[in-house]
Design a protein around this ligand. Sequence first.
Ligand code: C2E
Ligand code: MG
Ligand code: MG
Length: 687
Amino acid sequence: MSIDAININRLSDGVFVDVNEAFLKFVGFEREEVIGRTSRELDFWVDPEVRQQMVETLRQDSACSDLKARFRRKNGEIVWGQASESIIQIDGVPCILSVTRDISAAKASDERLARAAEALRVSEARYRNVFQTSLDSISLSRFSDGRFTDVNQAFLDLMGFEYGQIVGPTSEELGLWADAGTREGLADMLRRDSSFRDVTIRLRKKNGEVFWALLSASLIELDGVSHMLCVMRDVSAAKAAEEQIRDLAFYDPLTHLPNRRLLLERLRQSLAVSARTSRKRALLFVDLDNFKTLNDTLGHQTGDLMLLEVAQRLDTCVREADTVARLGGDEFVVMLEDLSDVAEDAAAQAEVIGEKILASLELPFWLAGRECLNSCSIGVTVFGNNRESTDDVLQQADIAMYQAKAAGRNTMRFFAPALQAAVNARAALEEDIRQAIKGDEFILYYQPQMDSLGLIGAEALIRWNHPRRGLLAPGEFIPLAEETGLILPLGDWVLETACARIAAWEERPETAHISLAVNISARQFRDPGFVDKVLATLERSGANPHNVKLELTESMLVENIEDVIVKMSELKSHGLGFSLDDFGTGYSSLSYLKLLPLDQLKIDSSFVRDILSDVGSRAIAQSVISLGRALGLSVIAECVEIEEQRVLLSRLGCTAFQGYLFSRPLPLEEFERLWLRPAAQPIPVSQ
Ligand code: C2E
Ligand code: MG
Ligand code: MG
């Protein structure tokens, strides 16, 4: 059965004579509604003139095929039909046999296609527009060979090509890639992920200029061919800024050598690598011997020239893979990579380089038209046993460098474990002091101070009751405490204990007059909180400030004398006294001694010791006593051991004494028992 709609209508008036089911379905009418009616009555043709034409054609040719026309269905819906007509005779009446196929669906899809084509045209235009006006450079190239198929104006402007020059050849032929392998690398990424974003690469312009570009690309199909669509931007300026920042952060501005930060980074990397290989490395600490003098005498500019020259010479002494860094000042570090597996051999290799450096820096320098001589001291450590930290390695080289300095300069020393042992012992002592402060292992001893009538006071002298090493004198721990800053908590403890002692003595009439001298180290005195701390401690203890005497040493008066005067005056105004310890050994000049609110000068033990045998010592003691008298200060002699010393000092005018002649420093109970009884008398202690 045909699915085409068939109808027969009279040629003369279009009255339907017969129709098939498909036709009824096509038009939506019932058979009775159709038969005997004309197409006009049914309003069948949407464009009646088309039927008119069709009839004309039929009259001439008696057939007409593939006529596309629009028909109106009963419900008003418009459908497309493709009709083929021919004339037949029915009962002698000419009729039209019309076979119509419903082509609405095909027609609709044609229309959609047309609309889509139009949209595509518009969107292509739009994209073309975006492509052309984009400020980013856009290029389209065949993925297989990198041949450009299209690029935009921004691309041409940036790269310096004409359109005609760029479309056709491959990117390789154009020489666009500044670094070999770039294209392959990018192609790999595209093959893997079919796109990438923000990759920084170097490209070359037509004029040869190389620049940094930020590239994003994706793989697209065009006419069945894989293309690389690339969007890129010139980021040279940003890259330059980034490099400058990097430069500032990691390189020494004067010599352009790696700075401390970069050295530490490389050292860290080197230590990480040494965990995987057995190759040894070496670190050489190079310190110039006479740089400071040169800098001071010839000026900074000449000093800078010397550092530049040193940097260059060091660079020529090492291999490509090694690092020469400047830590600052005249300190350089050379890190040697990839030495022998055997520590001894590695040391020998490092020694060769060290000798080379020594020889190289010994050669005269020509700086600003004059010849200058210098030399250096080198500390070497071989590392790579994969247990060291960066700090260990640097510290070892540093220790060895100081050994080289101590050995007379212009020489090289290797770090030896024995040195490390000394360093470790110091570290252990430091930790011990910390613990001892917490554990109350320190005690104060008291040494009497006398005048001709008897006891006038005492000096508090610290002792450390060490759990393993027994009683330690201050010489064994005070210097380290000063270096490490531990003197601050230690000094606090001394002050606290001394003030508490004075307050306790003030309770009893027979001891109320005793003053206590407390030694203050330079580091303590320089601490900005020193004055407040002393006043607060006094306040807490309730001790009378007039009974506290602070012993300062001459050496601490050398720098920042204004600050010293301010602090002393402030404390003095609260009633505290000051004694200048070890007097005569420093650089005190009369001019500023006058400015200090002092109460007492303490003649240094060295002059007292030699006063009987050495005229010089006697003369100095005499001068100190005269100076004290001139300035209105009392003078005390320390370390008086024998009666003859006391007699001579008395004769020279000294009125106060301290020393083994009277008593050694004593623990509290003994001091109180021997010296603070109501009727205490001087008891000379024999040696
Ligand atoms: P200094 O203040 O000059 O103390 C005098 C040193 O001479 C003391 O040594 C004392 O024991 C010793 N001495 C006293 N009479 C004689 C004598 O007749 N003959 C000899 N040969 N020596 C005598 P010490 O106690 O070992 O103290 C040494 C130094 O340690 C002190 O020198 C002082 O500078 C420092 N020191 C002591 N205690 C403290 C303290 O609490 N704090 C601070 N910062 N330093 C302290
Ligand atoms: Mg003292
Ligand atoms: Mg002294």
